[in-house]
Write a protein that binds this ligand. Structure first.
Ligand SMILES: [Ca+2]
Length: 209
């Protein structure tokens, strides 16, 4: 249930969510990071992979090459290269978004054009194949949550109505990219609103007990 909320934090301005809950959530994430090294390595790899992808997108080929050699994420990077070739016109990278009315915020991986359509892009690493959008669990919810936040965030002077979930593989096999057109995004947006409501209800119940 909470997968999306590990990436999307409810913000303190929301009257329903007391700030100590938010703090608790952030601390939980830190706790996970302090677990045995295999898990923190996974986190580290994910982070390095994101950095390598950014470098590629920013055409810092030299930096990307160094990262490939040094960090053991070369498989992931090789995996997404064919997708990156089709990504142009980058508008945002690792950029904070906030939906004030709905009370949540998050960090967007990338907003760029994919095959000519402006998309909110989320890069994911995986060791198992995820050939269908349905096999990416809550990723589509996360994408529309971020897109909705960006569209309501005064810091952005553009709107994004499509999404792309890219699944990169450790062994370097070609990444799966799952395009979400605006109709599909609308569908998931409704699901996201339901999820938010469920979450608020749970919070309310927890406080009533
Ligand atoms: Ca990501």
């Amino acid at each position: 249930f909470n997968t999306v909320f590990e990436n999307c934090f409810l913000i303190t301005s929301s009257p329903l969510i007391p700030s100590n809950r938010i703090q608790g959530k952030l601390q939980n994430i830190k706790l996970v990071k302090n677990r045995p090294s295999s898990i923190s390595n996974l986190f580290q790899q994910g982070k390095l992979f994101h950095t390598a992808v950014e470098s590629l997108l920013l055409a810092k080929e030299i930096a990307a090459k160094e990262q490939e050699d040094d960090t053991g994420v070369s498989g992931y990077v090789r995996s997404v290269k064919h997708v990156i070739r089709e990504v142009t016109g980058v508008r945002a990278l690792e950029s904070a978004v906030q939906h004030e009315a709905l009370g949540y915020r998050g960090l967007v991986d990338c907003v760029a054009e994919y095959r000519g359509s402006l998309c909110l892009i989320d890069w994911k690493t995986s060791e198992k194949p995820k050939p269908f959008l349905q096999s990416t669990f809550d990723s589509p919810l996360q994408v529309v949550a971020y897109a909705g936040a960006l569209n309501h965030d005064k810091n952005y002077d553009f709107q994004v109505n499509c999404g792309l979930v890219v699944i990169a593989y450790k062994d370097g096999s070609p990444a799966h990219s799952h395009y979400m057109d605006s109709a599909l995004c609308d569908l998931y947006w409704d699901k996201w609103l339901l999820r938010l409501e469920e979450y608020r209800e749970k919070e309310k119940e927890a406080r009533a007990e």
